[in-house]
Design a protein around this ligand. Sequence first.
Ligand code: GP9
Ligand code: MN
Length: 648
Amino acid sequence: MFQKFKETARNNFGFLFSAVILFWLKTYLAYNLEFSLGVAGIYQQFLLLINPLASTLFVFGLSLFFSKPKSRSRALIFLYFLNTVLLFSNILYYREFSDFITVKTIMGSSSMMNGLGPGVFKMLAWQDVLYWIDFFILIFLYRRKKGKSEEHGPIKKRYAIGTLVIAFALFMANLGLAEIDRPQLLTRTFDRNYIVKYLGVNVYTIYDGVQTAKANSVRASADSSDMAPVLDYIDTHFATPNPETFGQAKGKNVVYIHLESMQQFLIDLEMTEENGETRAVTPFLNELYHSTDSYSFSNFFHQTAQGKTSDAELLIDNSLFGLPQGSAFTQLGSDNTFQAGPQILKPLGYSSAVFHGNVGSFWDRDNVYKSMGYDYFFSSETSYTLTPENSLEYGLKDKLFFQESAQYLEQLQQPFYSKFVTVSNHFPFPEDEMNTVFDIPNTSDDTINGYFNTVHYADEALQEFFQYMKDSGLYENTVFVLYGDHFGISNSRNRTLAPLLGHDLATWGEYDNTMLQRVPMIIHIPGIETGYVNPTYGGQVDVLPTVLHLLGVDTETHIQVGQDLLSPERENLTVLRNGNVITPEYTSLGSNVYSTDTGENIFVDELETPELYTEIVGIREAGQLQLYMSDQILNGDLLRFYTPANFE
Ligand code: GP9
Ligand code: MN
């Protein structure tokens, strides 16, 4: 009997085992070469090593249900191919986003993948051969064994089922070991990195799919009673506006300028060129930043996640966070009830418009802007003619965009609430004949080198736009709100960027990556002369109440989870979308705490430093609560149950 089993195993399972081993090795290689999973200690290393096994065996084991040997082998090859595609897509995606692909990303938003698409060739690396070569080895093994396959009979169903049972048992063992190190791994919402680190890419993908399905049912089950805790939060969290700035821009037009991929480190940054001359990268932004007509913010962070541009727009217009996964625009946007800037200002006689030199379907803007109450959306379908000469991957080049848009803006009924979404400074920061080129930086990374040129171009475009505004006479009567939407240089490239910014690479780590998530935030109000650079810790979620208060709009009954950046009562805290929290004193990243000032890692323990411990728990909870309330509102579509004062 044992002899018989051995034979069956050799004849039928040999190919399966080769496939499992190959894929296992490949996955482990990718873990080490591609993802920064924060593996600490031998135990986590061990979990990382074993975690691909269970799911790989399970997925490939499905092929055993084919009774014909030929179909069985082919099914296995097909499954192997699919699983390789999944792994490889994650590798490419991670290189840009430092994150894994979500099911929502795959299903809900082709535009999300477009976000990666054009840059995809730049994402390829030499080692990518390693992620495909095994596939050909497998085909080679198949061809070799093919001649002998006639000897193999069908596999008994119970062996096939047995294989899946073994795979499942292995998974449970893996999960058990993981939970020892990280309790509640699956019950609490962790960073995606954690799930991959402990359970692997396949399990993560399945887990994410289940989560997505659950989320879809949340909206259906929410009702008006869910608003009560939200209203409580809004009430206690409200920061009374500063009487000196409240209404300072009353009745003025609003122009938001969405600065694509612009990071704060660019402000005041100078480059010394090969000819010895020193040039500012963003001379015009610097001028605005330091102007006494501007409230500028030096500790302002982007709070976006995978929804990138769309997350930033959502935050700015609604004072609500995007979703932890995927883009709220594409997932919920068009069905959701919003109480956004345009809707709030409409009763005060404001018209509203967005200008964006790209197709309206990108991030589902066509629909979402309508849900947010925008009167007009000037897109490439309605207003700009795109040609290969005048546009880049994401639309009309900024200078031409501003030039054309300024004419439309002049026609708009005043006062208006408007937004200009720029695109030229978008990854992969391509070369273009319209750019002035910096010789320095000449780093090993063309993406970084290109960034400075496209940033500089965007800065020139901005300057031209301000000139149009002055020429048309709109300038004096307008508040300009400029914000960077998210990082341009991803964490995986920061080590190459760091020396250019004068940072020490030896100590580079998660603290430094986090500090680079600051983005510019400038509120320029011509003629005020009371402007200054404000060091409060805040983020995109705080912009709407700030702007509304400057316009003299009372927001007390509005459901906005941010706080006025100019209010002396505010919390002085930034929570990033991943739950990390930054205050002037502390930066809390996962379970680590750093001094925000020095970057020094601070040991915080409940027993040894009880007071500090309580303080850190306090700021973490404040951050979590803000995210939680925002998620409740958005996921449950709770605004459909509530109408603020003076709202139509
Ligand atoms: C596309 C543009 C880019 O229309 O807004 O969005 P992003 O890729 O930065 O999210
Ligand atoms: Mn963007």
